[in-house]
Write a protein that binds this ligand. Structure first.
Ligand SMILES: NC(=O)c1ccc[n+]([C@@H]2O[C@H](COP(=O)([O-])OP(=O)(O)OC[C@H]3O[C@@H](n4cnc5c(N)ncnc54)[C@H](OP(=O)(O)O)[C@@H]3O)[C@@H](O)[C@H]2O)c1
Length: 323
């Protein structure tokens, strides 16, 4: 099972990292043995692919690049991206100054027509400075498009894409795609906070030899937000589940991140553990977490029960929680 470097925030203004530091982080990751990078054309409206392509110059043949297409967006120029980063940096230093923070997501509507995807792939290859991507994924299709992979098979025949996949937004989308012929890899949410895919997707994927790439392993940042008492956690439905996970971690003599990565590593169907990495500290820590032994079956089973247990029963008229 391999670690995949999640590049969703790489080069984006919101990551807070300087271009130079983010480039160095990717190079450090390669030096430390990371060989899988997952990006998308829409991440930072092209900025993530551009930074990755630049950082991987000279080592392209040693790594696997996975990217995605399907969202309609206007690519940002380097100059625009520089301005966004500078404005963000000023706003972070002087949060009360009223400096307008660039806002708005690059994500727009989707277009999964083969003609559009061919154009998008062409642009991705240019930004990534490569003649092929190892995995090309449909980015978050909610609709099942059973013929599309077959229609894109010429990209594989031409060597521009080695394999085709889907980056599913939800477990239910992933479950429907798992059965589609021609699918090589499926990226989906799976982890201590979202264990459902083990039952709902893995068996079908296994039957078709579809590779599983797990994301959301650290709850898409929720574990870290809980740790720093982020105000957004007050309305977060999974906060009880995270609190229960922390109790279990304390009881087992591990920390919640060890449980989170160890849980995914205990599932042999998963080929790639994608972790969003924004700093050298997290890079080193995540490499260390990938080296730890997988969790034993009992702990895995207890983690899988946490979601159900963490649903707080409503308080009845007497003020007691109903059982
Ligand atoms: N539809 C799709 O296909 C789709 C959707 C979402 C994501 N993805 C892919 O999956 C990747 C991972 O995204 P995710 O949502 O699964 O994020 P995640 O890995 O669950 O969480 C990332 C967050 O956790 C923090 N973090 C990373 N390592 C940490 C550590 N050791 N200790 C504490 N905090 C740590 C990161 O902070 P720092 O930034 O400070 O390091 C970041 O805020 C993305 O980059 C992208 O490649 C794909």
């Amino acid at each position: 099972m391999q670690l995949g470097f999640g590049c969703a925030r790489l080069g984006s203004a919101s990551s807070g990292a300087r271009h130079r530091d983010a480039t160095r982080l990717v190079r450090d990751a390669v030096e430390q043995g990371v060989t899988v990078f997952d990006t998308a054309d829409a991440y930072g409206a092209g900025a993530s692919e551009r930074l990755l392509g630049n950082a991987l110059r000279g080592v392209r043949s040693q790594v696997t690049i996975a990217t995605k297409g399907g969202y309609v967006f206007r690519p940002r120029t380097r100059a625009e991206q520089r301005i966004r980063r500078a404005v963000r940096a000023v706003a972070a230093r002087r949060p009360m100054s009223g400096t307008p923070v660039p806002s708005g997501s690059a994500y727009g509507p989707q277009d999964f027509s083969p003609a559009n995807l061919r154009r998008r792939l062409h642009d991705s290859l240019r930004r990534l400075r490569t003649d092929h991507v190892d995995l090309y994924q449909l980015h978050g299709p909610h609709e099942l498009l059973p013929e599309l992979l077959e229609e894109l098979s010429d990209l594989v025949a031409d060597g521009k894409v080695l394999r085709l996949g889907v980056g599913a937004e939800s477990v239910s989308d992933a479950a429907r795609w798992a059965d589609v012929p021609g699918l090589d890899a499926l990226q989906l949410p799976f982890g201590v906070l979202d264990p459902e895919a083990a039952d709902d997707v893995f068996p079908a994927a296994r039957a078709r030899s579809v590779e599983i790439w797990a994301r959301g392993v650290l709850g898409g940042g929720l574990l870290a937000a809980f740790d720093r008492d982020d105000p957004t956690m007050a309305g977060e439905p999974k906060r009880h589940q995270i609190a229960a996970l922390r109790d279990l971690a304390a009881e087992s003599g591990l920390d919640p991140y060890q449980l989170a990565v160890g849980f995914v590593r205990a599932h042999r169907d998963v080929s790639t553990v994608l972790l969003g990495i924004g700093s050298r500290g997290h890079l080193e820590r995540n490499l260390e977490l990938m080296r730890q032994p997988a969790l034993d079956e009992d702990l895995v089973a207890r983690i899988r029960r946490l979601g159900a247990q963490a649903v707080v029963a409503p308080i009845d008229a007497s003020g007691e929680r109903s059982s």
